[in-house]
Design a protein around this ligand. Structure first.
Ligand code: SAH
Length: 203
């Protein structure tokens, strides 16, 4: 998997090492386990998907996570991206709006002994204000707009990586330069599951 990521242009060695270290098959349904190291997304229930490894590597490389960074992830899903952020030394807070996914990811990460990730069942359009500011924020669902709450919860010098758009999303890397000053870059196109408001309770 890591060789394929390298061939697609991922050059950040720390990110590649983290992706080599975290077993992706733990985060997939048994039915897809033998395909876990292919560069494909897979269904994880509740009409959601685990992002394909290239997308995880691409977003993670943009974040430049350093050991000790406080990282907020919106869209826990399977918990895989959160585990990668923890493998890079991040102190990770991850938020999920689907209660069933919140419970399963929380249990899996605990069973794997990954203590640097804390899971929350919330609507991530509001961020997670009680632990702000964050050095890094990553959104793993396609947002129609950049929620202002997320900009406000970034530390000065912090980086927000978010796919923005309706049908197709463009990856944005937003750096907070000052109290009300942000530097924005629009990068490549992707397709994510939608970023939705409110929470969905377990049936
Ligand atoms: N990072 C995940 C990718 C999951 S797909 C992984 O590694 O598996 C994106 C996830 O974002 C879905 O689980 C979806 O339910 C969640 N999501 C969408 N809108 C959200 C919101 N407003 N708050 C929190 N989570 C949200």
């Amino acid at each position: 998997m890591v060789d394929a990521l390298r061939r697609r242009g991922i050059a950040d060695e720390a990110v590649l090492a983290a992706m080599n270290a975290v077993p992706r098959h733990f985060f997939l349904d048994k039915a897809f386990e033998e395909h876990a190291y292919e560069d494909k997304p897979f269904p994880i229930g509740q009409e959601q998907t685990i992002s394909q490894p290239f997308t995880v590597a691409y977003q993670t490389a943009l974040l430049l996570v350093k050991p000790g960074d406080r990282v907020l992830e919106i869209g826990t899903g399977s918990g895989y991206q959160a585990a990668i952020l923890a493998a890079l030394g991040g102190k990770v807070y991850t938020v999920e709006r689907q209660e069933a996914l919140y419970f399963s990811a929380k249990k899996l990460l605990a069973d794997m002994g990954i203590r640097a990730v804390k899971c929350y069942f919330r609507d991530g359009t509001k961020g997670l204000p009680e632990f702000a500011p964050y050095d890094k924020i990553i959104v793993t669902a396609g947002a129609p707009v950049v929620p202002d709450a997320l900009r406000q919860q970034l530390a000065i010098g912090g980086i927000l990586v978010i796919p923005v758009g309706e049908d197709v999303q463009y990856m944005y890397r937003i750096e907070r330069i000052g109290e009300s000053e942000f530097k924005e870059e629009m990068l490549d196109a992707f397709r994510f599951v939608p970023f939705l408001e409110g929470v969905a309770k377990k049936q």
